[in-house]
Design a protein around this ligand. Structure first.
Ligand SMILES: NC(=O)C1=CN([C@@H]2O[C@H](COP(=O)(O)OP(=O)(O)OC[C@H]3O[C@@H](n4cnc5c(N)ncnc54)[C@H](OP(=O)(O)O)[C@@H]3O)[C@@H](O)[C@H]2O)C=CC1
Ligand SMILES: CC(=O)N[C@@H](CCC(=O)OP(=O)(O)O)C(=O)O
Length: 349
């Protein structure tokens, strides 16, 4: 009998779910024992994803907490906003460990969730129970818990790029501006007008300006780190590429700081954390340099002329921004080494 941790995936037919299947296939201590679909139960998963032919021969299971518990110890939820809010109570009550990749449990205020997501918020008891799984920052709080809310893709790149500077008082948090870009897989597999080929190819567009649901998530964490209310300007752009997020951040520097000061601050903050790589001076990261990996790469440029710093942070939205960080959190919840199953070298070019 296998001693591996048994894992179920709700939303396994979406991009986040299928990335979990890919990454968990080489995890040394976990195995996927149930792939779940609300719309295609009974069908083979390889029907919708022929690249999984002969890798996964399972038929999709229904969304049934008792059935999931009979097959698994841990369940990942990779469904659109609003679904996990209703599912999580029964999954926790069935005795499962739960990692939610959607935004349903990230915001601690129900009012904020309802304002930004335009959906009914989850029960406050479960919101309170959820630990926000930004692993490099709150990893100690994740160890051993039953329920983790995985951060959003843009907040992951953005917060890893800002937190050390905010915490050390290197920048003035009231001056932060965030300019973020995402590949189209960030919008999920479903087809839409804004993401079909002729709308996207050779195009570059801003969207959800001042209305993006990740604004309150970023502000909630920066407020916690700064110890004072922080508001930011955050603009997202859609780039005609499949994977990758780049978050470019600007802020006023407090006092005189050099590139080297930022580099050594960040190297010290992330010391011992394998997945954040700080670039040497003048070598700024690009999305291809983290493609398919769980890395977040960060570079800096202090401009003495303006007194501002530019911080560039890149991730793969489906790995560090979703499935990879979720597995990192699973490792921490289970008391395993957080890097297990995640030591991929980025695919290049
Ligand atoms: N794509 C990305 O880069 C990132 C996504 N996220 C978040 O992760 C979640 C999943 O995203 P993504 O995989 O891209 O989305 P997709 O649209 O690709 O997939 C979502 C899946 O959810 C399932 N689903 C839909 N409705 C229900 C329901 N009522 N009950 C159960 N399952 C349902 C669908 O599968 P079926 O019909 O088979 O049940 C669908 O395949 C979202 O909340 C997203 O915001 C977070 C970070 C990054
Ligand atoms: C390119 C693109 O459309 N990206 C999505 C990211 C969705 C996501 O991951 O956000 P939640 O998990 O918070 O829903 C967006 O900007 O809304």
């Amino acid at each position: 009998m296998s001693s591996k941790v048994k894992v179920a995936i709700i939303g396994s037919t979406g991009y986040g779910g299928v990335e979990l299947i890919r990454l968990l296939a080489s995890h040394p201590q976990a195995e996927v024992t149930s792939v779940i679909s609300s719309s295609s139960a009974g069908a083979p998963i390889a029907e919708g994803y022929p690249h999984l032919t002969e890798i996964r021969t399972d038929l999709l299971d229904d969304v049934d907490p008792a059935l999931i518990k009979s097959k698994a110890d841990v369940v990942f939820i990779a469904t659109p906003a609003g679904v996990a809010a209703k599912l999580v109570p029964s999954l926790l009550e069935a005795g499962l460990k739960v990692i939610d990749i959607s935004g349903d449990f990230r915001l601690k205020s129900r009012d904020q969730y309802e304002k930004w997501y335009k959906k009914e918020a989850a029960d406050q008891r479960y919101i309170d129970q959820a630990v926000f799984g930004l692993a490099e920052v709150y990893g100690e709080a994740v160890r051993g818990v039953d329920f983790v809310s995985n951060p959003g893709c843009f907040p992951t790149a953005t917060l890893l790029g800002l937190i050390p500077a905010v915490k050390a008082g290197f920048i003035d948090p009231s001056t932060i501006i965030i300019d973020a870009k995402s590949g189209v897989s960030g919008a999920g597999r479903g087809a839409s007008l804004g993401t079909h080929y002729s709308e996207l190819n050779e195009n570059f567009k801003a969207y959800k300006i001042n209305k993006h649901q990740h604004i309150p998530e970023i502000e909630q964490v920066l407020t916690d780190i700064a110890g004072e209310p922080v508001v930011t300007t955050f603009t997202t752009h859609l780039v005609p590429m499949t994977r990758g997020i780049m978050s470019t951040m600007y802020a006023k520097v407090n006092g005189m700081k050099s590139n080297e000061d930022f580099i050594s601050l960040y190297r010290s903050y992330y010391e011992g954390r394998s997945f954040v790589r700080i670039r040497p001076e003048g070598i700024w990261p690009s999305t291809k340099e983290v493609w398919g990996s769980n890395y977040c790469d960060i570079g800096f440029s202090v401009d003495e002329r303006t007194g501002r710093v530019t911080i560039v942070s890149v991730i793969d939205n489906l790995v560090k921004g979703a499935a990879g960080q979720a597995i990192q959190n699973m490792n921490l919840m289970l008391g395993l080494d957080e890097t297990l199953g995640l030591q991929f070298v980025p695919a290049y070019p």
